[in-house]
Design a protein around this ligand. Sequence first.
Ligand SMILES: Cc1ncc(COP(=O)(O)O)c(C=O)c1O
Length: 428
Amino acid sequence: MRFDRSKALYERACKVIPGGISSNVRASWQPHPMFYERGEGSHVWDADGNEFIDYVLARGPLLLGHSPKRVLAAVHRQIDTGLMYAGQSELEVGVAEKMAAMVPCAEMVRFSNSGSEAIHGAVRLARAVTARTKIVRFEGHYHGWFDSHMWSYAPPVDAAGPREAPVPVPSTKGQPASDAANLIVLPWNDLDLLRKTMDAHAGNIAAVITEPMMCNMGALMPQRGYLQGMRELCTKYGAVLIFDEVITGFRLAPGGAQAYFGVTPDLATFAKGLAAGFPVSAIAGKRELMKYFGDLSVSHAGTYNAGAPCMAAALAALEELSADDGAVYRQLRMRGTRLMEGIRRAMPEAVVRGVPAVFHVSFGGDPNARDYRTYLPRDAEKYKRLAVALQDRGVRVVPEGIWFVSTAHTDDDVERTLAAVEDAAKVL
Ligand SMILES: Cc1ncc(COP(=O)(O)O)c(C=O)c1O
C-alpha cells in the first residue's frame, strides 16, 4: 500500500500543527500519522484511497460503526432546527431518561463533552459530598488528560517504586507536583491491599476511581469478587465509588460494565459509547450525590454541554442500542468471539484477552496478568509489526494492541480480517 498523500499532508500539517496531530495519542501510528477521508459502516478510507476494515473505531466511540444512518438522520434534522441555546432542550431530558432506564447507577445525569471533563466533574462531586480530598486510583488506569487525573497511567516502574505502595508519577511535564498529595496509587486487582489502605486512611478517602475493566492496558478483567469487594469497602468507609465507563459504557452491555459485572457504583462517567462519535460525555449517579449539582453547591458548567445535535445523536444511538431488547449486542458478541478465537488459532503464541466488543492482543505477555506491572513484560514491538502488516493487508488496528468491534462489522469483515491475520502472522 502507498501512503504518499498521507505523508505529504503530514509534512504540511507539521508546519502548523505541533507534531502534525491534535491528540498526542495519535503519534504512535506507523509509518507516520495517517490522514483519512471517509468512513462508512465498518470501513474507513485514507487520503490515498486505501480501504481498511476498521478496528480502531476512533479508539472506541464508533460503537455503531462509521456514519450510522439513523444517528446521522437525527443529527441532520437537528442541525436544520437549531444548534445550541444556552438553555435546555427536550432532547437532553430524553437522553437522561434513556440512560436512567439503561444504566443501574444512573438515577440522574449531567452532560459534558469529553471523558476527561466528566471525570473532572465526578471527582469534584465526590470530594464535595464527602468533604475529603484523597482519591484512590490504580496504576495503568487512564482517566483523561487533566492535571489532577493524569497520574501513574504508564509510569516507569523505577520511578513508581514498590508495588504495594507506588509513588504517584505524573504523565507529562507541566503537572503540578502538589496534586500527588491528594492521590493514593495502588496496583489493581488486589483487594487485600485496597482493604489495608482504606483501613489506614479511614475518614480521608473521598473516592475510589477505577476502570471496571482495564481497557487501556491489556483489556485486563477484574478478578472474581474484586469489584464487589471494592463496592463493599467504599460503602464501609463512606468513600464514593466511581466507575470510569468511558470505554466500557454501552459497549460491554446496554447498562455498561456495571450491568455486565453486576456491581453498581455511586457515580460513573460515560463518553465513547454514548453518542456514536459525537462529543458527548456524562456523569451519571445516585440522586443523593447528583443533587448537589442541582442545588448549585457543586459547580459543573460548559458552554458546549448538551448541544442539541449532540443530544440528538446520543438519543438516536441509545435507541439503536436498546432496540429489540439489545439485539445488536448479540451480533457484536458473536462476531467479536469469532475474531478472538480466529486470532488465537492463527497465532497460538498470542495472548488474546478481554470481551468480544473490546479485546487486546499481545505477544510474549503473561496470560494471567492482573495489573499494570504483570501486564508490562511483553513484546510490544512485535505487536506493532503485526499492526503494520495488517494495515498493509487492509485491516486497521491500534498499534498498542486493543481491538474495538462495532455493530457494523459483518461476517464478511470477520472472515477477511482473519485471512489477513493468518497472512500477516507468516511474515512476522
Ligand atoms: C477509560 C478512559 N477514561 C477517560 C478517557 C478520557 O476521555 P476523553 O479522551 O474523551 O477526554 C479515556 C480516553 O481514552 C478513557 O479511555
